[in-house]
Design a protein around this ligand. Structure first.
Ligand code: 5AD
Ligand code: SF4
Length: 439
């Protein structure tokens, strides 16, 4: 047996796609995947820097690997992704048993870095950013997995510089991939058996804006939608400021487009939104939600909210709480504000004490949990079309799939159903999933 690699992916969809590319590269170098770090000759962590907690997790992991290195001197350890980009050389200094640091735009250099580490015991950190023309040649190349549902990157980076966010610093400027390439990859995925494609980007609504001659996001969505054999289409993430009337209309006109949109609110208070640099007011956000619901009454929304942003007062927080009650999100990802080095928010006055952050978080969570529970419980007794993605556990006779709203539904059925859309009657609703029976 040749060398094995253990790859762990943290963070968002971008990292999931990057990890597929890393796995492909390592496969070409003769490495085969391993389930446990103990069994590997190469450990790769693909990391997330969005909040401090995510970053601390990386350091914790790296220290855990120290005894493995002592037991297996052949073992190489590499860190990629957003923490690698942010910290660079510093990681090599802090962690003596770390061999390689590769930034978000340096995945393609992994073979060379591995060779130098193996042959010359060279410890290197590569975190350069490249210009647009070069980056366009490096949109992730993907392995054929035959998975029913897959992500497809349409753009990388972000130009928004929201005051709290590290993404523009660790992912670089926004670059849109040519529509022809997006369509070619979508067709290739469908030909490999994929039935659902999720178009991903940090801010998909600004797709193509910087590139002349490229379609708008709504036009791109329509083109992908029309691919024969594709069953369902999704996209993340949308910036509320950039939702166009054309995109709203897509929810009425494109039958394969799932009835779900993730629309990060961040705060329901105008003063906070202004300090965050979000470019919309609470009223504007609500107006967009109303337009979306007018186009598609069955639409369910999910969101991200940050509590305890610098300067957030109790009355600001109450406005967020009000907004959550008004919109009735099906799900909300709630975060306590975490200062990120280099971002504008770290210079803002009015830090909210941790205990106040926690208390607001708990109150918001209680309200949102009740709303989520109600919305998902309202599916019980209904029969929903479910795209079957796979077996819940191998050989269990249990399948899992998703409704148009994206929630996981478990039910019993034959593996032959994987890849098909089948009617399932929902019998119970839990915290993160639903239970059903085939009809
Ligand atoms: N602190 C807390 N939450 C953050 N997010 C982004 N940056 C921070 C931060 N510094 C949240 C936002 C974003 C989601 C992916 O993570 O809500 O939408
Ligand atoms: Fe971060 Fe704002 Fe860009 Fe989203 S839009 S990645 S929150 S800077």
């Amino acid at each position: 047996m040749g060398d094995g690699f253990y790859l762990e992916t943290m963070g968002c969809q971008m990292n999931v796609v990057d990890s597929e590319q890393i796995a492909l590269l390592l496969g070409e170098l003769g490495y085969t995947p391993r389930e446990r770090p103990e069994d590997a000759d190469l450990i790769v962590l693909n990391t997330c820097a969005i909040r401090e907690k995510a970053e601390r997790k990386v350091l914790g992991h790296l220290w855990q690997f120290k005894p493995l290195r002592e037991a297996n001197p052949r073992l190489l350890i590499a860190v990629g992704g957003c923490v690698a980009q942010q910290e660079g050389e510093k990681l090599l200094k802090e962690i003596p048993h770390l061999d390689i640091v590769f930034g978000t735009q340096n995945i393609h250099r992994l073979p060379e870095l591995l060779r130098d580490a193996r042959e010359k015991r060279q410890r290197r950190a590569e975190t350069a950013f490249f210009d647009e023309a070069e980056r366009l040649t490096r949109f992730p190349e993907r392995c054929a997995t035959g998975a029913v549902s897959r992500y497809l990157t349409i753009m990388q980076g972000c130009d928004n510089f929201c005051a709290y966010c590290v993404v523009p610093y660790v992912r670089g400027r926004e670059v849109s991939r040519p529509a022809a390439d997006v369509l070619a990859e979508a067709r290739a995925l469908v030909a490999q058996g994929t039935r659902e494609v999720t178009l991903i980007g940090q801010n998909v609504n600004s797709y193509g804006r910087k590139s002349e001659g490229e379609p708008s996001f709504a036009e791109l969505l329509t083109m992908v939608h029309d691919i024969k054999g594709l069953e369902r289409l999704r996209f993340v993430t949308s910036h509320p400021r950039d939702i166009s009337p054309e995109l709203v209309a897509c929810f009425a006109t494109l039958p394969k487009l799932c009835r779900h949109i993730h629309l990060p609110l961040q705060s329901g208070a105008d003063a906070v939104l202004r300090n965050m640099g979000r470019g919309y007011t609470a009223a504007r956000y609500l107006e967009r939600v109303e337009q979306l619901r007018a186009a598609c009454p069955e639409l369910r929304l999910t969101t991200d909210i940050i509590v305890g942003f610098p300067g957030e007062t109790e009355s600001d927080f109450l406005e967020t709480l009000e907004m959550v009650k008004r919109v009735r999100f099906a799900d909300a990802y709630l975060f306590r504000y975490s200062p990120r080095p280099g971002t504008k928010a770290v210079t803002l006055p009015g830090a909210v004490p941790p205990e106040v952050q926690q208390e607001r978080f708990d109150r918001l969570l209680a309200v949102q949990d009740a709303i989520s529970r109600e919305i998902w419980a309202s599916d019980v007794g209904r029969t929903l079309p479910v795209l079957v993605e796979g077996e819940s556990r191998q050989g269990s006779g249990q399948l899992f799939g998703r409704s148009t709203w994206g929630r996981v539904i478990n039910f019993s059925g034959d593996v032959a159903l994987v890849g098909r859309v089948v009617p399932v009657r929902i019998t119970a609703s839990y915290h993160n999933s639903q239970l059903g029976e085939p009809v």
